[in-house]
Design a protein around this ligand. Structure first.
Ligand code: GCV
Length: 720
């Protein structure tokens, strides 16, 4: 060995085996694979995994091998050999099930029959008299998912001595919606520019594309819509399709299909036709040809996502036709190739009496009119990704239609890139809501997993918070919501707390006291933001257009329902939107007994009170406080929670990576200021109507309402 080779080999051994000494920048997400910190566990793992093999060499199996190679070496701190044969003690064997698999048997075959194409099982078994761990599934992708699950067990330092894991996804399409524009910007993106570099594709494959696929596969996400729903039609030209195909090639081994947002006017804009009318045979032919062309580039193309007749986008209403007519046009074009259409229910006009009622009014009559390869993609709440909304009543009203959920992972209305808000509790709140469509227990989760109405084509989408920032999401805690979205898409029954626990262990530390501190901080973070922005059912009182910061005073938009005053309706008597029978009657869109519950002042859950009721300032709440005092207490509690989060975080100094710690410290400093800004602005603004004092004992705002109203944010994302 030459001197240089010796030095190199020492360096490689050092970097592989030693725990990291440099600061972390968040790039590795939850796939860090650092050395197992508990020495007892490390010894056990090394006993259990002395060598490994992955059967098969498809691109997916090669991905599984690559993952095991880097992960085992990192986690166990030494090179774990990959061997070609079984029969050694401490073997880890991964492979799809066949009758000649070394682990074949009736019991395992029966179990696999229940887990479907993407499910997997992990179990401990003696093979040829030797202790082995087996990861298997019906298809390669199931095995890859199983590998990630096995690695998570090590990452979170679980017992692996007697494994018996059976897992399969409850929802078929688990999709990230990227609102990425072709010029590199991201609508409502707070983590820098788009991760897709349309200029250097298709030849230059960034390492980040592969890591994106790895991260998604590790949590079971199996689809990516690459472009903004406000769709630039050029994405469907040959120039871009070659680039899309290159990304599809990268994602395929990881089980991820690509989808594109289609602009409904594409026949006019690209095809130079005079109309995009779905009833025109030439328009139908144009979509058929376009689908053929797309599939010639990407044989497993997933299909289209469409925003139609909403916020300036074209659609079938332009021709006096229904949303179903539009959706079915595209559905027919992709049907021969097994493609699907995700058609958005986010359709509204600007001057309705109650915007929250519109999607239901437009779509409910169309139940049963959509083609079988269409899914109606519905936002979790009737308005627009607010910190809290009741669920969209359509979930309990269209049994003959494939309904899919649309959550927003990017935090357009929750403090955007700098705030720490763990979104699993928000997702869960909607999923666990009872629609009563078929009596008690008809939860939204059961609607979207297809079990309530017997649908096979099921889906869930999350508007991505991913950008080109080094740590992917701008604020590392944003990763937790991406992670939670994937985990809940796989299994909506998981709890927010257990998902947080996993993520913290993989991201920051396995030290129990650190884990429980961060877990508490995350679990209160969503309620904190609701309290200091939109307590008691208030909503849509954000800064105009950029949606950053408070703007309850906004009343200058030409679109009535883009004004905050449209939503809070504060006057000298009270505050809140009357959606009861005598108001807009939105309550009647919910099934009984919810409609009565929401419609009753005394039975309505306090968290939705001002969503459904206009209430007097001096109304006595169950707590004994007047409504005005209760509003104030919530705003102040929100700020207190952020200060509490700061305390918890400060106590972790020295216990987690210093760079990650310091980044979050700074973000929480911003968040505390923003929470105070929200609280003071809203309390001072609503006080001009209530004319009541801020309750004794609460700190007084140190600035005037005029000051807050005068603030401008030329650098807020979305304003440039
Ligand atoms: C992509 C809200 C956002 C828009 C977004 C729209 C939608 O109105 O502010 O930026 O557009 O929702 O979901 O289509």
């Amino acid at each position: 060995m030459t001197k240089t080779m010796i030095v190199l080999s020492v360096m490689i051994t050092f970097t592989t085996l030693c725990p990291r000494v440099y600061a972390d920048d968040g790039y590795r997400l939850w796939l860090k694979y650092d050395l197992v910190s508990n020495s007892q566990k490390l010894r056990e793992y090394k006993e259990s995994v002395k060598a490994w093999t992955v059967e098969g060499n498809s691109p997916t199996m090669e991905a599984a091998k690559r993952e095991l190679r880097i992960a085992l070496d990192g986690l166990l701190g030494s090179r774990i050999p990959e061997v070609g044969s079984v029969g050694k003690d401490g073997m880890l064997i991964a492979g799809t099930y066949t009758s000649s698999s070394p682990f074949a048997g009736a019991e395992i075959r029966n179990t696999l029959e229940k887990v479907g194409p993407e499910g997997f099982v992990i179990f401990t078994k003696k093979i040829a008299g030797k202790n082995s761990i087996v990861i298997t599934g019906n298809q390669d992708i199931g095995v890859l998912y199983g590998v990630f699950r096995f690695l998570r067990l090590l990452q979170t330092e679980q017992d692996i001595s007697r494994l018996d894991v059976v897992s399969f996804p409850r929802i078929k399409l688990r999709v990230l919606d990227h609102w990425d524009n072709l010029n590199g910007t991201v609508e409502r993106g707070y983590a820098g520019f788009s991760i897709w570099n349309w200029h250097t594709l298709p030849i230059f494959i960034k390492r980040r594309y592969i890591d994106y696929a790895r991260a998604n596969a590790s949590i079971g996400i199996n689809g990516a819509v690459l472009n903004n729903v406000n769709a630039d039609p050029r994405i469907m030209t040959r120039h871009y399709l070659k680039k899309v195909a290159a990304l599809a090639d990268v994602f395929r081994p990881y089980g991820i299909k690509v989808y594109l947002c289609a602009n409904f006017d594409a026949p006019i804009l690209l095809g130079k036709m005079k109309t995009a009318n779905p009833t025109d045979p030439q328009v139908q032919e144009w979509w058929k040809d376009k689908a053929k062309e797309i599939y010639s580039f990407i044989p497993d193309f997933g299909g289209f996502l469409v925003k139609a007749n909403s916020e300036g986008q074209p659609g079938p209403s332009d021709y006096g036709l229904t949303q179903a007519d539009g959706a079915n046009l595209l559905a027919k074009a992709v049907k021969p190739y097994g493609g699907i259409v995700m058609w958005r229910a986010f359709v509204y006009t600007y001057n309705a009496k109650d915007r929250a009622k519109q999607a239901y009014e437009i779509f409910k009559p169309l139940d049963g009119k959509f083609a079988d390869n269409v899914l109606l993609q519905i936002k979790n709440g009737p308005l627009d990704f607010q910190p809290r909304e009741p669920f969209t009543p359509l979930f309990g009203a269209m049994p003959k239609t494939n309904l899919m959920m649309e959550f927003q992972i990017t935090m357009e209305y929750l403090g955007q890139g700098t705030s720490t808000v763990y979104l699993a509790p928000l997702f869960k709140e909607t999923l666990e809501s009872d629609t009563y469509a078929k009596g008690k227990g008809s939860t939204v989760a059961k609607v979207i997993d297809g079990s309530l109405d017997g649908h096979k084509l099921t889906g869930i989408a999350g508007v991505s918070n991913i950008g080109a920032d080094r740590d992917w999401t701008g604020n590392e805690f944003g990763q937790s919501s991406w992670y939670a979205f994937g985990r809940l898409a796989w299994n909506p029954n998981l709890s927010s707390r257990e998902i947080a626990n996993e993520w913290i262990r993989m991201t920051f530390s396995n030290d129990n006291s650190v884990v429980s501190s961060i877990e508490e901080m995350m679990m209160q973070s969503r309620e904190a933001v609701v309290n200091y922005m939109d307590p008691l059912g208030l909503n849509m009182i954000f800064g105009y257009d950029n949606h950053y910061g408070p703007g309850p005073w906004i009343d200058y938009s030409p679109h009535p329902d883009w004004n905050s005053t449209y939503y809070h309706r504060a006057d000298s008597l009270g505050v809140g939107f009357d959606r009861t029978e005598t108001g807009s009657d939105a309550v009647s869109q919910y099934n009984s007994p919810l409609s009565e519950e929401f419609g009753s002042l005394t039975k309505c859950p306090p968290k939705y009170l001002l969503w459904f009721h206009h209430i007097r300032w001096d109304y006595r709440m169950k707590s004994g406080n007047t409504l005005w005092d209760e509003i104030c207490y919530h705003y102040y509690a929100g700020v207190d929670s952020v200060r509490e989060m700061q305390k918890v975080w400060n106590s972790l100094k020295g216990k987690i990576d210093s760079e990650e710690w310091n980044d979050e410290r700074m973000f929480l400093e911003i968040q505390e200021k923003e929470a105070v800004w929200w609280r003071n602005s809203c309390v001072l603004y609503f006080q001009t109507f209530s004319r009541m004092p801020i309750p004794a004992g609460l700190e007084k705002p140190d600035k005037t309402l005029e000051y807050y109203e005068s603030l401008k944010f030329p650098n807020a994302p979305g304003t440039w």
